[in-house]
Design a protein around this ligand. Sequence first.
Ligand code: 4AD
Ligand code: MG
Length: 465
Amino acid sequence: AVVSVQQALSGAVAPGSEITVRGWVRTRRDSKAGLSFVNLSDGSCFDPIQVVAPNTLPNYEDEVRHLTSGCAVIATGTLTPSQGQGQAFEVQASRIEVVGWVDDPETYPIQPKPHSLEFLREVAHLRPRTNLFGAITRIRHCLAQAVHRFFHENGFFWINTPIITTSDAEGAGQMFRVSTLDLANLPRDDEGEVDFSRDFFGKEAFLTVSGQLNVEAYCLALSKVYTFGPTFRAENSNTARHLAEFWMIEPEIAFADLNDDANLAEAFLKHLFRTVLDERMDDMKFIVERVEKNAIARLENFLASPFERIDYSEAITLLQKSGKKFEFPVEWGLDLQTEHERWLTEEHVGRPVVVMNYPEQIKAFYMRLNDDGRTVAAMDVLAPGIGEIIGGSQREERLDVLDARMAQFGLDPAQYQWYRDLRRYGTVPHAGFGLGFERLVVYVCGLSNIRDAIPYPRAPGHATF
Ligand code: 4AD
Ligand code: MG
């Protein structure tokens, strides 16, 4: 039977069975005794399987002894307990079929040795064949499945919010335009402005920066919902933490306040980390060896730590009293920078921190204004080793306050009529948050650059195939 390498190595197949495995050669080693050892990976688990090829195979001299890293092979033989160290089983091959050769093995970019991450970013189409990107890919998948499982088991519905949108969900003006207009020959109105009524949608359209506003509408009908999809930001941040295209998970809960939101964030993150430790220990052990020696310990500590909650105002006081020299100023009314967040969570508290109630002028228009009139019910979840991982808030459910906030931010109410309707027809307190999926992968895998957390990274000046 055709089995995956994972099935063959995990004991799911009885020793002595005749099996067929298919995959790509990692390495080949020939012994003097007339045997070749071919390590074959199909990506189904961290380890490759060793295929032992005797020189009695009809294509041994012509083909098997010419296999190089990257060749695609189908091997049939007997699954046998392994003599060698490290692995329980190997395949004693009776047949090896070479399906795809590697042209010019000398220049094949993926050699069986560690490559630099910078180099691998240039060969994004081949890097999944490395140990590291195989591990990251399986961990990313495991996390995505855990996201859906957590919400499903807790009664949330998955809402597919649109990718093309006409309203700026964050009100921050960082949207990519979607247009079919001819740039060299834009239609103009009488005032010389571009006439978007002649565009595909009859008005200006953009790639979404967040599904939040759309998912709020479903929240105010189905009570517990979430989005999980691609989002886009045209911010010119050429950093190791920002992507122009990233995936975001945004739950939204009705009849809920900021404390409920923080409780949800804590239960959710812990579920995700527990799942990775339960399901992907093989990959996490490699991460510990090659990328971040604390990767597993960090997740275990996270699971064992209740989140600390502090007010933004208190955080400012703590930072000012810390005696620490920060690069960016610490002052009530200014946003926290990564260095401040990391001091709070790593040095001051030593576990995850939820900072709550930020100054209203530095947060989005939809966040609920607190009774003090100068803060909003916003929260950021800070994790040791990374800083902000989640951003969320209780939403402004009062129409008059929302209108005043939109006016303050210079937003056109006409663009948000539908969103205002939600405050006119059965409004309730509700709250939600956003977790950047790649920030999560970066954290779990201990990566230093977010471009290694997504298969094909997009960043300013960088969109290779
Ligand atoms: O803090 P942000 O901008 O919040 C929102 O978009 C809200 N609508 C979320 C909500 O309440 N439903 O983004 C949320 C998270 C951040 O905490 C971060 O993890 C991630 O999205 N993020 C990015 N990840 C990668 N690249 C970027 N350019 C990101 N910008 C935000
Ligand atoms: Mg944020």
